[in-house]
Ligand binder design. Structure first.
Ligand code: WTA
Length: 649
């Protein structure tokens, strides 16, 4: 039997969602025809201190690049996420925290969260943190991480969350770039039954910082692991909190004041500090959270991401809390203590919406039906995915096993830079096609262009660009506006270039084909090949290195490394281990290479440019599609590389 390729809106959904198909089409049309009017109205979902009069002030021109929304309005993001819910919904659960160990969980009401955020905000002030200061957050998935983010927002400090899986080197680089003098961490976190030390990493990172002097480290003593507190610098979170008053009036912030920085990888150079500002970002994440997930108050919404990534920022913290939702924060991993964990959490906590990455779905799918065996799952109303393309087979498994064939799946395409989902189905409005992120959200104008920037009409395949701004768009690269312009607005004139390729079918549905630049997407984590390569060549044994992605059943893409060793250094098992550990310690475990191949030489043009296209084809076993290699300085290296590759297999 062939599987269906089109999944209409399920019957029980008809008339029960915020919008049906006609409703979507009308609202979408209006959002383009009267963009200012549309966004003026949508921004009313927030509480403004001083209402804005200007809606939009945007230019995508490379020489005059600026993006401003609601610029003369003022608000406080934390007050929008907390204070305004207190009168009628103070006792609703804001955060449902689920611990790594089965059976551990905690519900935190809006009132409790508000109280802790206020006290911690006062604590930060007592440490000298001021409006505009960058505060680094390097935390496990515990409620205090949310408290730290919201406390920064309350006092107008700019948070910079660094994924707790990053190494001390990577953490130091980000603290340096942000000139951050305060870091908030925990002694350790728990993941998959193990303790993950964090404070030790922070100590090492502080010692590695070159551009900034970290004066204060606030430490949540969360596990029993002993921790070394440095007098005068390190502060215990609990002690700090206990000494604070609960009264902390929210700071009045301009809509365009920065809310946070989040580092992400691009095709060149060091990770960029993507900067988001408050008013537009919160409008967009709150609106998308409501419509994409058709969210209703009281429902339990589980976005199984980490707060170290944009998905965690937008759909664990800001979007849901702005909407007064119950957001689930899960500390652990999908397969601990076993592969039934996700389904058990759904049943135990009666989760309504589950939003996870394709890589997790594929890892569970590899276990057949075991992950959902014996589970009820009838609380689930909607499923979602994010972070990478989902293959139709995984989509169908998710639909059948978690969705019992009844829940729609919203495949949301977006980026750290976009703040929230841009291409996405709406559950009651969109017939689904497995593998397609379907259609644009309100106000979004996607287009496909060829390599010369010509806009392609109808069914076509090309580079995915956006022709106009939306409030959730990043505003700049922290400290480097030129880099913002160069990276996103110089490839195609007056357009934001996403770095993704896509296909549009005859129904106007978009299918993301993956990155067209040198960015890898490994288990939904973005990594720049340049970053990995510069870490590799920093090792004394390495003369040259080239990194490419290759198709990987579970991770989507795996990391394939070609290394030329310095003369006098012999390839060996031990050298292999050394370089593997080196990447882990320079960047973090997510940078662990899947394959390291010794390369006596790399394929280069006569001008010395490495031809990655060839390396990608070899890594993917596609030797017959190498294309023209006659322009290589030394075509014979190709044969040698293929030879070494086949011997690896
Ligand atoms: C990819 C994550 C296909 C894409 C929110 C994008 C996707 C990059 C999807 C951004 C999807 C994200 N289908 N590909 N639904 N969602 N991507 O910044 O290549 O970590 O450019 O943001 O992930 O990754 P980032």
């Amino acid at each position: 039997m062939t599987e269906p390729t089109l999944y209409p809106v399920p019957g029980p959904y008809a008339g029960k969602t915020l919008l049906d198909e006609q409703g979507y089409l009308e609202m979408y049309r209006r959002s383009l025809e009267d963009s200012e009017g549309f966004w003026r109205e949508q921004a009313q979902r927030l509480d403004w201190i001083r209402p804005f009069t200007q809606v939009k002030d945007v230019s995508f021109a490379r020489d005059d690049l600026h993006i401003r929304w609601f610029a003369d309005g003022t608000l406080n993001v934390a007050a929008n996420c907390l204070d305004r819910h207190l009168a009628e919904h103070g006792d609703d659960t804001a955060i449902l925290w689920v611990g790594d160990e089965p059976g551990t969980s905690r519900e935190i009401s809006y009132r409790e969260l508000h109280s802790e955020v206020c006290r911690f905000a006062n604590g930060l002030k007592s440490l000298g943190v001021q409006r505009g200061d960058v505060v680094t957050i390097y935390m496990p998935m515990i409620p205090q991480a949310a408290v730290a983010m919201l406390a920064c927002a309350r006092i107008g400090a700019v948070h910079s969350v660094v994924f707790a899986g990053f190494s001390p080197e990577a953490l130091a680089g980000r603290m340096d770039d942000g000139q951050s003098r305060v870091v908030i961490t925990a002694n350790a976190g728990r993941r998959g039954g193990r303790s993950v030390v964090l404070k030790e990493n922070v100590d090492r990172a502080i010692a590695l910082c070159k551009e900034t002097t970290v004066e204060t480290a606030v430490v949540v003593n969360y596990t029993d692991d002993a921790v070394n507190m440095q007098p005068g610098r390190d502060v215990d979170y609990g002690e700090l909190l206990a000494a604070q008053d609960e009264d902390c009036p929210p700071e009045e912030m301009g809509a365009e004041d920065p809310l946070f920085i989040l580092y992400t990888s691009g095709s060149t150079g060091k990770p960029k500090g993507v900067l988001h500002s408050g008013g537009g970002y919160l409008t967009y994440t709150s609106l998308t959270h409501e419509y994409v997930f058709d969210y209703r108050r009281g429902e339990r919404f589980w976005c199984a991401a980490d707060i170290g990534w944009i998905t965690g920022h937008s759909y664990i913290i800001y979007g849901p809390l702005a909407n007064g939702a119950t957001t689930v924060m899960y500390e652990g991993v999908p397969n601990y203590p076993d592969v039934t964990r996700v389904a058990r959490i759904v049943d135990e906590h009666q989760i309504d919406v589950l939003y996870i990455a394709p890589t997790a779905i594929r890892a569970l799918m590899a276990e057949g039906d075991r992950p959902t065996e014996g589970a009820d799952l009838s609380s689930l109303r909607l499923l979602g995915t994010v972070g990478e393309p989902i293959n139709p087979e995984a989509w169908r498994w998710y639909h059948r096993n978690f969705g019992r064939g009844q829940c729609p799946i919203v495949d949301t395409w977006w980026q750290t830079e976009t703040g929230g989902a841009l291409l996405t189905p709406l559950p009651g409005a969109t017939a689904l096609k497995p593998g397609s992120a379907t259609r644009p959200f309100f106000g979004i104008r996607p287009a496909l262009v060829d390599n010369d920037g010509n806009i392609l009409e109808g069914a076509a395949e090309g580079n995915l660009v956006l022709l106009d701004s939306w409030p959730g768009q990043m505003r700049t690269v922290f400290g480097d506006h030129q880099r913002f312009a160069d990276t996103y607005f110089s490839t195609f004139r007056d357009m934001y270039f996403t770095g993704d390729g896509a296909r549009r079918d005859a129904d106007g549905y978009y299918w993301i084909t993956g990155r067209v630049d040198d960015v890898l997407n490994v288990s939904g984590h973005r990594m720049g090949t340049a970053e990995l390569e510069s870490a590799l060549v920093a090792h004394p044994a390495v003369a040259e290195a080239a990194v490419v992605g290759f198709p990987h059943d579970i991770k989507g893409q795996g990391i394939y490394v070609y290394v030329t060793l310095n003369s006098g250094v012999e390839p060996s098992e031990e050298m292999h281990r050394t370089l593997r550990d080196w990447l882990r310690s320079e960047i973090g475990p997510i940078a662990t290479p899947d394959v390291i191949q010794w390369a006596p030489g790399l394929p280069k043009t006569r001008s010395g440019k490495i031809m990655r296209r060839i390396l990608r084809k070899i890594a993917a076993d596609e030797y017959d599609q190498l294309g023209d290699i006659s322009t290589l300085a030394d075509p014979s290296v190709v044969e040698q590389l293929i030879d070494n590759h086949t011997r690896l297999a």
